[in-house]
Design a protein around this ligand. Structure first.
Ligand code: ANZ
Ligand code: ZN
Length: 864
C-alpha cells in the first residue's frame, strides 16, 4: 500500500527504538556532550498543547545535536509535589499520591506516543523518598552553615478553617473554602538566605548571553538593587533612633515627616503612653488583617496615623511627626521612610491628605515652586534650594556631597538595598517534602541526624479533613524522640518544603538519577552540567530560574559542583493560542456548542443567540478553546502534530492553532511520501547516492544546487536561532523542486543519482522533526537502523552558488521580458542579449532607442 499511514509506522518505530535502547546515554569521556533539557511537567492529569509544543522543540534540538555527533543527554521526569494534588484529593476523595502516580502513568504514555527521544531510564519523580531524601540532606547542610534559618513571618490564616492558606487560595481577601475574611498570622518559618547571593546573581545576569534579554531584565528587576544612603534620625525625648533607607539623600532637607511600617518594632514603643496609643493599636491591627504583599499594597489608598512621637531631621534640626503608614513595607530597606512630599508623589498625596508641610529643596530649571501651592511632586533633577551649605549645586552632585557630609558626621552612610527577599520555604501543606527538624522541649530545634534520612512523608495518612495538612495531628509522624537528649515527647517539624526546592536541582539529579550516595555522582555532574540548552515557559522567568541559579551557588559553596550558572542557553517558547467563541448569555462556548448557520451566522446551541468570535487567547479550560493532543494523535499521528507545532511559528513566538495548518502539515508528509514512492523504484533505492554535478544540466543541475543550498539554509537556521518554521519551508522548496523535475526526460545515471541524493537529503533534514516518518523512508531506501544514527548532511559551498541568473528586461521601466544569463555577465553582453530579444523588438516597434541601461545580475532597461 502506497498511502502514508502514520499510526502503524509510529508504533513500529517506537517499539524498535525502545528495543534498541536508542536513547540511552552514558558519560562517554572523549565525546563532546550536549545536555538538552525541557522544564519538567507537573503531573496535572493530561498532556496539553503547551507541553506538546515545548517538548517537540526540545526533541528536535536533541535529535539534531545527536546527528551532529554530540553525546546528548535528554531526560524527562515529574515535578510531582504540590497543591493541585491536595485539592484534587479533597474534591475526588482520593489520595494525593494515588492521584499523582496515576497522572504520571497517563502522561508518560502520552509522551511516549509523541516519539520523544528521552532516556526513560533516568525518569524521576520528586515525590519519591529516593529523590527528596537528598533535598533533606542539603537542607541540613544549609542549616549547619547558616544558609537556612528560622524566623517569624506572616502567612494567610483562615480562622474558621483553622488553616494556613497559600496565596492562590485567597480570593479577593477571602478564604476559597468558607468565604470568610483571611487574616495575617505570624508563624515561625524556615528561610533560605538567597540574599547572600543577591549581588552575585545580579552581576551574572550580564554573563548570560544565551538567555533572552527580557528574562535577564526581569531577574535584574526582581533582585532590584538600589544604591542610596541610610540616614539616622533621633527621636525627641528618647534614645530611640529611626534608620531610613533612601535613594534620594539630596532631598533630606525636605523631609517633613517620617513613616514607619505598621509592623515596625518602634511603632508600639513610640505610641506607648501618648494620646495616640489606642488609635495606633487599632490601625496596626486593621492593617495586619490585610494582604501585605507589595502588589496588594500598591493598590490600597495611602493612609496612616500619627504615633504621638517626633523625630529630628539631623541636617536642619526640624521636628518631624512620626507616622505609621500602610505604604511603608517592613520588608524593604529598614522599614522606615523619610517622607519628602515635595519630591515624591506618594509622600505628596499623604501630606495633602493629613495637611503636612511641603518644602521644595530641588528647584526645576528656570522656575520657582511653592510647596504650599504645587499640585504634584517634582521628581526630576534641578538645583538645590532650602538646603543650607548645599544650595546652588545640582542635585545629582549633592547626592555625593550630602552622603559624604553625613558619613563624616556619623549621621548616615552610603548603602545598597535589594528588593530580593530571603526565600521562605515552609509550607503548611501535606503533599511536599518534610523539613527534617525536631522540636525538643529541652534542646530546642534539633536537626534530624543524617543517618535517619529520609524522613518519609507518611502516605497512609487519612487525609486532608477540612483541607488541613494532617501531619501536625498525625501522632505516629509528629511525635518522636529527641536525637540529642532522647526525650520521647519531641515533635517533628510538620511543615513541608516549597515545591520550588525540588525543581531547583532536578537537572543535576538527572545526571545520575539512581545515585544512593549523595544528591548526585560528582563525576556525572562534572561531565554533563551545565545544561547546554534549557527550554520552557516564560512564566518561570523569575522564580524557578532564579532559585535554580541560587541553588547552584549553594552547591558550589559546598564544593559539590564547579560552576555557578546551571543553564548556558535558555529558550522561552511562546504560548499555544486559539480563537474563542462566546455567547452573550452563556459566556465562552466549546466548538460543539456552536451551530453553524448560513454564511457567517453562528448561534449558541443553548439559547440560539448569535455568538461572537472572540480574541485569540492562550488555550485554557476556562476559555473553552483547548485542543486535546490525543485527538490530534488519533487523527493525524505524532509526526503531523510535531510538524504543525514547529511550522506554525518560530519557537519564541505565540502559536495560533489552525485546523488548516494541521491539515497542511499532514498533506506535506503525504506529498513527500508519494514522491518517495514514485521515485525510489526508479532510482534503485537511494542509498549512498551522490552525484557528479559536472555531468548534469537543466533541471537536474538546478536540483543538485538546490539540495546543497537547502542543507546550508536548514543548518544555519537551526544553529543560529532554532527557527524550525523556516527550516521546514526550505525543505518544502526542495520538495517542490523535486516534483518539478520531469522524470521521463532524463533518466541517465547522473540524473537518477541526483534525485536519489535529493530524496535522501530530505529525509536526513526532516529526521529530527518527523522521526517516525523518516525512519520508515530511510528503511525503504535500503538503509539499516535509525536515521538518528547518521551524520547530519554537509554541503559544498561552491555547489550552492547559482552560475546562472535571471535578468529582467524593461521597456521604459515596464517589465516586458526575461532571460537567463551567466552570473556576473558584463553589462555590454546583457544589452546585446536584451536588444536581440524578439518580444522586446516587438515592443520597440522600430522607434529610435534613446538609451539602454544594464545593471549587472539584475536588469536591462530600454528607453525609447
Ligand atoms: C526619600 C525620598 C525622596 C525617596 C524622594 C524617594 C524620592 P527604590 O528606588 O525602589 O529602592 N522607601 C524606602 N524604604 C521603604 C519602605 N520600607 N517601604 C516603602 N518605601 C520605602 O525606592 C527607594 C525609596 O523608597 C526610598 O527613597 C524611600 O523614599 C522609599 F524624592 O526616600 B525615598
Ligand atoms: Zn532534646
Amino acid at each position: 500500500d502506497s498511502r502514508y499511514q502514520p499510526q502503524a509506522i509510529e508504533t513500529k518505530w517506537q517499539d524498535r527504538w525502545q528495543a534498541d535502547q536508542l536513547f540511552k546515554v552514558n558519560e562517554a569521556l572523549g565525546r563532546e556532550k550536549y545536555y538538552l533539557l525541557e522544564m519538567f511537567p507537573y503531573p496535572s492529569g493530561k498532556i496539553h498543547m503547551g507541553h506538546v509544543r515545548n517538548y517537540t522543540i526540545g526533541d528536535v534540538v536533541a535529535r539534531y545535536k545527536r546527528m551532529r555527533g554530540f553525546n546528548v543527554l535528554h531526560p524527562m521526569g515529574w515535578d510531582a509535589f504540590g497543591m493541585p494534588a491536595e485539592n484534587a484529593a479533597i474534591a475526588n476523595r482520593t489520595h494525593p499520591a494515588q492521584w499523582t502516580y496515576e497522572n504520571i502513568a497517563t502522561m508518560r504514555a502520552q509522551l511516549k506516543r509523541m516519539g520523544f527521544s528521552y532516556d526513560w531510564d533516568r525518569e524521576l519523580a520528586t515525590c519519591r523518598p529516593e529523590y527528596y531524601r537528598w533535598e533533606q540532606w542539603l537542607f541540613l547542610q544549609m542549616v549547619e552553615r547558616g544558609m537556612a534559618y528560622r524566623k517569624e513571618s506572616y502567612v494567610n490564616w483562615c480562622e474558621p478553617c483553622q488553616t494556613v492558606l497559600a496565596n492562590e487560595q485567597v480570593e479577593a481577601g477571602m478564604c476559597w473554602r468558607c468565604g470568610k475574611p483571611v487574616r495575617q498570622k505570624k508563624l515561625w518559618q524556615w528561610f533560605f538566605k538567597i540574599t547572600d547571593f543577591a549581588e552575585d546573581l545580579l552581576v551574572h545576569c550580564d554573563l548570560l548571553p544565551g538567555w533572552p534579554d527580557k528574562v535577564t531584565t526581569m531577574q535584574r528587576n526582581w533582585i532590584g538593587k538600589s544604591v542610596g544612603a541610610e540616614i539616622r534620625f533621633g527621636v525627641e525625648n528618647s534614645d530611640a533612633i529611626i534608620s531610613v533607607f533612601t535613594t534620594r539623600p539630596d532631598t533630606v532637607f525636605g523631609a517633613t515627616f517620617m513613616c514607619l511600617a505598621p509592623e515596625h518594632p518602634l511603632v508600639p514603643e513610640l505610641a506607648a503612653g501618648t494620646a495616640q496609643e489606642a488609635a495606633v493599636a487599632a490601625f496596626v491591627e486593621r492593617i495586619s488583617l490585610q494582604d501585605r504583599s507589595s502588589k496588594a499594597i500598591e493598590s490600597y489608598e495611602k493612609e496612616g496615623v500619627f504615633t504621638g512621637a517626633y523625630c529630628i531631621n539631623p541636617m536642619n534640626g526640624r521636628r518631624m511627626p512620626v507616622y505609621t503608614a500602610n505604604f511603608a513595607l517592613m520588608e524593604y530597606g529598614t522599614g522606615a521612610v523619610m517622607s519628602v512630599p515635595a519630591h515624591d508623589q506618594r509622600d505628596f498625596d499623604f501630606a495633602r491628605k493629613y495637611d503636612l508641610p511641603v518644602i521644595v529643596v530641588v528647584s526645576p530649571p528656570g522656575e520657582t515652586l511653592d510647596g504650599a501651592t504645587m499640585e504634584a511632586a517634582y521628581t526630576a533633577d534641578g538645583t538645590m534650594v532650602n538646603s543650607g551649605d548645599f544650595n546652588g549645586q545640582g542635585n545629582r552632585e549633592a547626592i555625593e556631597a550630602i552622603t559624604g557630609y553625613m558619613d563624616k558626621n556619623g549621621i548616615g552612610k552610603k548603602t545598597v538595598s535589594f528588593r530580593l527577599r530571603d526565600w521562605g520555604i515552609s509550607r503548611q501543606r501535606y503533599w511536599g517534602a518534610p523539613i527534617p527538624m525536631i522540636h525538643c522541649p529541652d534542646c530546642g530545634i534539633v536537626p534530624v541526624p543524617e543517618a535517619d534520612l529520609p524522613i518519609v512523608l507518611p502516605e497512609e495518612a487519612d487525609l486532608l479533613e477540612g483541607g488541613r495538612s494532617p501531619l501536625a495531628g498525625l501522632e505516629s509522624f509528629a511525635r518522636t524522640r529527641c536525637p540529642k537528649c532522647g526525650r520521647e515527647d519531641a515533635r517533628r517539624e510538620t511543615d513541608t518544603m516549597d515545591t520550588f526546592v525540588e525543581s531547583s536541582w532536578y537537572f543535576e539529579r538527572y545526571c545520575s538519577p539512581r545515585c544512593e550516595t549523595g544528591m548526585f555522582d560528582p563525576a556525572a555532574v562534572d561531565y554533563w552540567m551545565p545544561v547546554d540548552q534549557y527550554i520552557g515557559g516564560v512564566e518561570h522567568a523569575i522564580l524557578h530560574l532564579l532559585y535554580s541559579r541560587y541553588f547552584t551557588r549553594v552547591l558550589e559553596t559546598l564544593g559539590l559542583v564547579h560552576f555557578k550558572e546551571p543553564f548556558t542557553r535558555l529558550l522561552t517558547q511562546g504560548m499555544v493560542c486559539k480563537e474563542t467563541t462566546a455567547c452573550p448569555e452563556h459566556g465562552f462556548l466549546f466548538p460543539e456548542q456552536v451551530i453553524d448557520g448560513d454564511g457567517s451566522d453562528r448561534t449558541c446551541s443553548q439559547c440560539g443567540k448569535a455568538v461572537t468570535v472572540g480574541r485569540v487567547e492562550k488555550m485554557s479550560k476556562s476559555k473553552k478553546n483547548v485542543i486535546d493532543p490525543n485527538v490530534l494523535l488519533d487523527q493525524y499521528g505524532a509526526d503531523t502534530t510535531r510538524l504543525f507545532c514547529l511550522f506554525a511559528a518560530p519557537p519564541e513566538r505565540d502559536l495560533e492553532w489552525s485546523e488548516q495548518g494541521v491539515e497542511g502539515s499532514f498533506r506535506f508528509l503525504q506529498r513527500v511520501w508519494r514522491l518517495a514512492d514514485r521515485w525510489l523504484p526508479l532510482v534503485d533505492g537511494a542509498a549512498g547516492r551522490s552525484a557528479d554535478p559536472k555531468s548534469l544540466d537543466g533541471p537536474f543541475k538546478e536540483l543538485y544546487r538546490k539540495t546543497h543550498e537547502t542543507v546550508k539554509r536548514v543548518t544555519q537556521d537551526i544553529e543560529e536561532r532554532f527557527h524550525f518554521n523556516t527550516v521546514i519551508s526550505a525543505v518544502m522548496e526542495l520538495v517542490n523542486a523535486m516534483q518539478a523535475v520531469d522524470d521521463a526526460a532524463h533518466l541517465d545515471e547522473a540524473s537518477k543519482a541526483t534525485m536519489g541524493f535529493a530524496l535522501e537529503t530530505t529525509v536526513l533534514l526532516l529526521a529530527p522533526i518527523v522521526p517516525h516518518f523518516c525512519d520508515e523512508l530511510w528503511e525503504a531506501m535500503g538503509h539499516e537502523g535509525s536515521v538518528l544514527l547518521c551524520a547530519w548532511p554537509t554541503f559544498d559551498e561552491a555547489a550552492t552558488v547559482k552560475d546562472e541568473i535571471e535578468i529582467v528586461i524593461q521597456v521604459n521601466g515596464k517589465l516586458r521580458s526575461r532571460f537567463s544569463a551567466a552570473l556576473d555577465a558584463d553589462p555590454e553582453t546583457l544589452k546585446q542579449t536584451a536588444l536581440a530579444d524578439e518580444r522586446i523588438a516587438a515592443f520597440i516597434g522600430g522607434k529610435p532607442v534613446k538609451k539602454v541601461i544594464a545593471v549587472k545580475n539584475k536588469l536591462v532597461n530600454v528607453v525609447v
